[in-house]
Design a protein around this ligand. Structure first.
Ligand code: FES
Ligand code: MG
Length: 607
């Protein structure tokens, strides 16, 4: 395909000379006055006519780092090396800001901003003279937002992660970002640690620049980018402060120019096989429950059909190989030294899992990049036939409660399994009375006050979905009341229409779609209703007669439907009107209509 395109574009002596889209701005034969107008302002930032008119590719650096987004802030430094790579390879570089998304900082939740950053980046890539783009990714939502935009445009693009933080420690033990906090919350609730100690644990877990050092959503989504073939092999896991990270930045800059010259676009790489590679990789690394949401959204933007049934069918039976928190012990520094994602893919490919022939941005197949790159540290990356957990992927549950919800099986603890999933007459199933919370405020206000909560209770949170919250909050992993924690009941079954932090090791049933705000199954529940979850049958049901479920739905609709709080900003209102449900990736509804837009449309002139 690449060759055919090169010929069509007039390749000579192996060097491809093609008409870049930036020519419409800088060398517009039909409208020289427009060209003069565009060139004049880029000259005034110090670029030369030669750079703008000689037909060199103009490469964007989509900068996600800023003071507002500390996880990605190191990109302000790394971008300098990316720029040097681009210059060395003969490209012209334009760096610009992407709407910042900081996972820990943004209220009422960073998920709300993923679509905003996506839409903003689409407008920038479409409306400015950009021929190819380096996507500087890192913190959870920055990676999918950037990839989604590159897919919608379908211009040459390459992902470069900021890299994880160095290992965190507290009292000489590894303290992983997020994961240490969830544990500390439990200890704090029982009075085992003071508030000061809580802060020390939190601060100890974040010792350097970079994103979370656990297999949270940031590590997961950058592993996804690499498994999809959109990042240089081995690049996802290099810790942010390591010298290798700067080298990777330079190589990424070199490579984007070649990709742009050869017009290798996301649609050449992001085919069905690439998405299946991402799914099997996600299981093997113990990836975040946010991955199906974001990867399904990326698939939607490029036009590959993908849903949660695919995640279960392709990914459930794959074993967990990586011993990293929250599913295991170690952190990203050990993971990097143990071989990173190539060592994981080597195990999978050697055992017939995944598609080694899928193409990647370095011009080789993922098999060529990874086959034989086995780990030398078997504490961290297990051999395929001695895994941490067999069949470690996500289950996709369905029933009268919802049409789809995900459960991450590799984090089900022995304690949980013994209490809920070990009835010999009814294996892998449990039922119990539900206690319902309408949003996290209701949970925090009442969890300690409800005497009916015991170890048989199922906790359910609703009003936490994309429309309801808005932005699908990470609140489903609810802690039991302190009196149960003191009896060593450390987790109750949790269900919700929100999400859960990728750094949490809780076996919740989450991302439930449709959410309560759409007045379906979750919305009609009352405290004490019995629910039944059957992991063998993949079912999640309300134990009420069908007629009663229907009657309650109609009554709810008569009363105006499930109540959600009012929007507090214009974007929240627009977001609620346009967002899809979590199982569809909570992307804007219109992405289907706007694929491949850099090829389909020439933006009209501005003056
Ligand atoms: Fe930014 Fe975890 S909070 S990566
Ligand atoms: Mg989070």
């Amino acid at each position: 395909r690449e060759l055919q395109r090169a010929e069509a574009n007039g390749s000579t002596n192996g060097k491809v000379h093609r008409q870049y889209r930036s020519k419409i701005w800088f060398d517009n034969k039909e409208d020289p006055s427009a060209t003069a107008l565009h060139i004049e302002r880029y000259l005034n930032f110090g670029l030369t006519r030669e750079e703008l008119k000689s037909g060199k590719p103009i490469i964007g650096i989509a900068q996600t780092g800023s003071d507002l987004s500390p996880c990605n802030r190191h990109h302000l430094e790394l971008a300098k090396r990316v720029r040097e790579g681009i210059r060395t390879a003969g490209g012209v570089c334009l760096e610009f800001p992407v709407h910042p998304i900081q996972e820990t900082g943004k209220r009422p939740g960073p998920a709300l901003d993923r679509n905003l950053a996506y839409l903003g980046l689409v407008e920038l890539l479409f409306g400015y003279p950009i021929d190819g783009v380096v996507l500087l990714t890192g913190c959870d939502k920055t990676t999918p937002a950037c990839l989604m935009a590159a897919c919608t445009l379908n211009i040459p693009a390459i992902v470069m992660n900021v890299g994880p933080m160095l290992n965190g420690y507290y009292n000489g033990e590894l303290a992983g970002s997020g994961t240490a906090i969830w544990k500390a919350r439990e200890l704090h609730a029982t009075g085992a640690i003071t508030t000061e100690q809580f802060s020390e644990i939190a601060e100890g877990s974040a010792p350097s620049v970079g994103h979370c050092n656990t297999m949270g959503t940031a590590s997961t989504m950058n592993a996804m980018a690499e498994a999809l073939g959109m990042a240089l092999p081995g690049s996802a896991t290099i810790p942010a402060p390591y010298r290798d990270r700067g080298e990777c930045a330079y190589l990424t800059g070199l490579r984007i120019v070649e990709l742009t010259e050869q017009n290798i676009r996301p649609s050449d790489i992001l085919v069905r096989e690439a998405f299946e590679n991402a799914i099997v990789a996600n299981t093997a690394i113990g990836g975040s429950t946010n991955a199906p949401i974001h990867v399904n959204a990326i698939a939607k933007c490029i036009g590959v059909p993908l849903n949660n049934d695919d995640w279960e069918r392709v990914g459930y039976h794959v074993p967990l190989l990586l011993n990293i928190q929250p599913a295991g012990e170690y952190l990203c520094e050990e993971y990097y030294r143990a071989g990173g994602l190539p060592a994981i893919m080597a195990e999978l490919f050697a055992n017939g899992i995944g598609h080694p022939n899928a193409m990647t941005v370095n011009g080789k197949t993922i098999g060529e990049n990874c086959i034989g790159k086995f780990s030398t540290d078997r504490r961290v990356i297990k051999p395929y036939n001695e895994p941490m957990v067999a069949s470690a992927g996500f289950l996709n549950l369905k029933g009268t409660l919802f049409d789809s919800a995900i459960m991450k099986t590799c984090v089900i603890s022995d304690e949980f399994r013994k209490r809920y999933l070990s009835n010999p007459n009814d294996p892998n199933a449990f039922e119990g009375p539900v206690v319902v919370f309408d949003g996290p405020e209701d949970y925090h206000a009442n969890i300690e006050k409800l005497p009916e909560i015991d170890e048989h209770t199922i906790l359910l949170i609703r009003g936490a979905g994309p429309i309801g919250y808005p932005g699908a909050a990470e609140v489903v992993n609810m802690q039991p009341p302190a009196r149960l924690l003191k009896q060593n009941v450390t987790s109750l079954p949790c269900i919700g229409d929100g999400r859960q932090s990728g750094t949490s090791g809780s076996p919740s049933i989450l991302n439930a779609s449709p959410e309560a705000a759409l007045s379906q199954g979750l919305a009609i529940l009352k405290n004490g209703d019995r629910l039944r979850i059957d992991l063998n049958k993949r079912s999640a049901d309300i134990l009420l007669p069908k007629e009663e479920i229907e009657r309650r739905k109609q009554e709810l609709m008569k009363n105006g439907g499930y109540k959600i709080p009012e929007s507090q900003t214009p974007w929240q209102e627009i977001y609620r009107d346009t967002v899809e449900q979590l199982d569809a990736g909570m992307a804007p509804k219109s992405v289907d209509r706007y694929r491949n837009i850099a090829e389909r449309f020439i933006p009209r002139d501005s003056h």
